[in-house]
Write a protein that binds this ligand. Sequence first.
Ligand code: ATP
Ligand code: MG
Length: 473
Amino acid sequence: MKLVSALHNKEIFRIVSRSAKKIQQDCYVVGGYVRDFLLGKNDSKDLDILTIGEGILLAKEVSKYIKPSPRINIFKRFGTAMLEYNNQKIEFVGSRKESYCSHSRHPVIEFGSLQDDQNRRDFTINALAISLNENNYGELIDPFGGLLDLKRKILKTPLNSDITYSDDPLRMMRAIRFATQLQFFIEESSFLSIQKNKNRINIVSIERIIDEFNKILLSKNPSIGLFLLYKSGLLSIILPELTLLQGIEEKNGYKHKDNFYHTLQVVDNISKETNSIWLRWAALLHDIGKSYTKKFLPKIGWSFHSHEFVGSKMVTNIFKRLKLPKGIPLKYVKKMIQHSYRPIALIEKNTRDSAIRRLLFDMGEDIGDLIKLCIADITTNNLEKKKQYKKNFCLLMKRIKQLEEKDRIKNWKSPISGNDIMKAFHIHPCKEIGIIKNFIKESILEGKISNEFHSAYFMMLKKGEDLGLKKNN
Ligand code: ATP
Ligand code: MG
């Protein structure tokens, strides 16, 4: 099969081809670019060039034909080089043959043929190569039937799947990631090998695991991958807090929902509304406190009282264990989970403005995300109810917006500063200043005064007097 016409259109392929000929090294386009190109996706950013020889040498030769001359990043230890051309990352790698030992996913590497290099690739659909050599330019070299697997939407390892996954267990995560992103099936025997080799994941660094996990979470329907992770047994190793949510219990005719499948639905729902990885993490973890707070109350039924507080606390350890960022993302996810149940208590028509102001004050700019999470949390199959619940949250959001326009609580800053207070009463820093500031804040949130200087100043004088302070005349 020749793909000449498509390749001829791209100048870079002609440059690489000419350069390779000059240094007498054969070369091929390989990896994700070929796969995505055959799938009709033209937005592939990375381009992997394989050469039968030295990758760094080819990169240097290619750079001579590009104006202005690009910077080449050389990775000597791996024998690879990378340069950017027209906003595309182009990686040059020499063909290799790999052999593994049991304690590491990093193989011993030797020089190899094209066939050796294709043998070491993870899936048949990733083992396709397109020749850039003069004698067969544009020819697809497909030793494992990858093209057919692309058409059949199947993920299959080129060689024995048990050995492939055991050699480099990260491939198990990659299998599930590709199955999610491409919506492909993992061949049955391959999936059995993943189940068999699941514990081998422990030799992979957590950063690499999370890299793949986040790609699953960022895909269109993360539930595909989350379910496969669960079924393979990998999820109970990576994120046991989630698998604990699985199951329905029934007692005296009371049943609770399966919180694991509910969570998968919530993650899919939120993914329709946002590409933010941290809002998706918040959706993923929003119910994790439930397995630790579950109680059966006779005549009332199942209770998960304060699971949002317990869940929010659990996030710190989970983020630490998974080496997820400690700063703003951790605070954000904790905050989302902790407050996830507040909006539902505010949807009643007779809810006081002060309760809404308090939520606005605590959530700040993240209030919109919280409402999105609440809407995603609606997973009832009853369409009428679903519509009604959604409408309730939309009405609440409208009310929040109106109140915010009037009172500006989201990024609230006291209209009276500590300096104002010190000047007014001619005092030095002392605890009374904090008391007065808090009193002003409470008065504004309660709606006793409006959020502006004059009313706040008046309130300050009154509270100062109560505290026995004397006004500075
Ligand atoms: P994408 O870039 O969309 O994530 P990709 O297939 O290009 O997908 P990369 O991680 O960029 O994935 O890897 C490029 C190619 O290198 C893959 O297509 C595959 O042939 C090979 N590869 C990458 N990681 C592995 C691995 N762990 N085991 C075997 N082959 C791998
Ligand atoms: Mg790639």
